[in-house]
Design a protein around this ligand. Structure first.
Ligand code: KG4
Ligand code: ZN
Length: 352
């Protein structure tokens, strides 16, 4: 009896049908990138309207792929926090309606917990918990101590921009399109990461916080200096663009790697299971920015050197998707179902 999962927290409309084993029977993601491109960021009103148009076709397509009729579903799981209010509402209302019409229980998913669970899905039936979790996306850059799939303790995170947001803004200044992360990382691969010495804010602070807004400003000054700028008419050579991207990316990656390794070291004692003494502590990484090749390589090198097991979700499970909603099973097996008056919680969640 598989689970139907629904994801509409930001600008992807997604659904999946997943078995308890983690086997994916159907999965569809309708991206809205083209709709938001000219604004170089997600416009909440456009996002929610697009979800309304796409949610039923996406669910239909997912069920069709799976060959599972609604009456065979165990439950309907939906991400209800955190995210954009209008976007979350569309998924939650769809899930509640189907729950009534098909007489199936409702399950509430925390989108951040689900991002980390994407790592669990890559190692099933092995267990990634307890671990340190780094969630790095367009909306979040946070470190957690995850005792179990549903028990995450917030250790620290960005005090201003999320890392993905900084990628998107740098791409916007360089007119590289939206979302910016993939374009910046493609250009960065041909640039010199040491061409510009960009700040690594808070990297030496004895906490697990990040700050990327000053880095964004530093990139802006390196592009055009202070004062009013018409980015459309700026002439920047291809070489300089690549160097800017590579140097920016290196600064973000240095901060993420340094603080993640420090979090694992500091919490190492609590990261081993009593039934598996001697196993290395684990760092698990999810969210859209975890698709970044430089971040993946740097984390691998740093974890190798520090004796840490690294699990990064595969790129297709890093960006928003409904497969990671398989975390809903953790609630199904506990009988932890949501009431029909389940509300959205749009605000930042610190992974309780
Ligand atoms: O997890 P996600 O799909 O949505 C949120 O929950 O925010 O993450 C989207 C973010 C965007 O900011 C995008 O630019 C970034 O992930 N991203 C990347 C890469 N691919 C996506 N950032 C850096 N390098 C990439 N290859
Ligand atoms: Zn996300």
């Amino acid at each position: 009896m598989p689970l139907l999962t629904i994801e509409t927290t930001c600008d992807e409309t997604a659904a999946a049908v997943v078995e308890r084993s983690g086997k994916v029977l159907g999965s569809a993601v309708a991206t809205q990138e083209k709709l938001h491109e000219r604004f170089t960021g997600v416009v909440p009103e456009i996002a929610s309207r697009a979800h309304v148009e796409r949610i039923l076709p996406v669910i239909d397509e997912t069920l069709r792929q799976s060959g599972v009729p609604p009456e065979r579903l165990t439950a309907i799981a939906v991400a209800h926090t955190p995210g954009l209010a209008g976007s979350l509402l569309v998924g939650v209302v769809a899930a509640k309606t189907l729950s009534v019409v098909w007489d199936k229980p409702l399950v509430a998913i925390n989108h951040l917990h689900a991002h980390l669970y994407a790592c669990q899905l890559t190692v099933l039936p092995r267990d990634i918990y307890p671990c340190i979790g780094l969630i790095v996306s367009g909306g979040h850059t946070s470190l957690y101590r995850a005792a179990s799939p549903l028990d995450l303790k917030y250790l620290g995170g960005t005090i201003d921009d999320a890392a993905g947001e900084a990628f998107d803004k740098v791409a916007a200044m360089l007119r590289l399109g939206f979302p910016g992360g993939p374009a910046v990382s493609r250009l960065a691969a041909t640039g010199d990461p040491q061409a510009f010495r960009f700040p690594r804010a808070m990297i030496h602070d004895a906490n697990f916080d990040f700050s990327f807004s000053g880095l964004k400003t530093a990139v802006r000054y390196a592009i055009a200096g202070p004062g009013k700028v018409d980015f459309d008419s700026l002439q920047i050579s291809d070489g300089k663009r690549a160097d800017l991207c590579a140097s920016f990316e290196a600064a973000v990656v240095d901060c993420l790697v340094t603080k993640s390794i420090r979090a694992v070291r500091q919490h190492a004692a609590g990261l081993t299971r009593s039934d598996a003494p001697g196993e290395p502590p684990r760092l698990c990484v999810g969210g859209g920015v975890a698709a970044n090749p430089r971040l993946r390589q740097s984390l691998e090198a740093a974890c190798d050197a520090a004796g840490i097991e690294l699990i990064i979700a595969p790129p297709e499970l890093c960006t928003d998707n409904a497969v990671m909603g398989a975390i809903g099973w953790e609630k199904v097996i506990r009988g932890d179902f949501a009431p029909l008056n389940l509300d959205i919680q749009p605000g930042l969640q610190r992974g309780h």
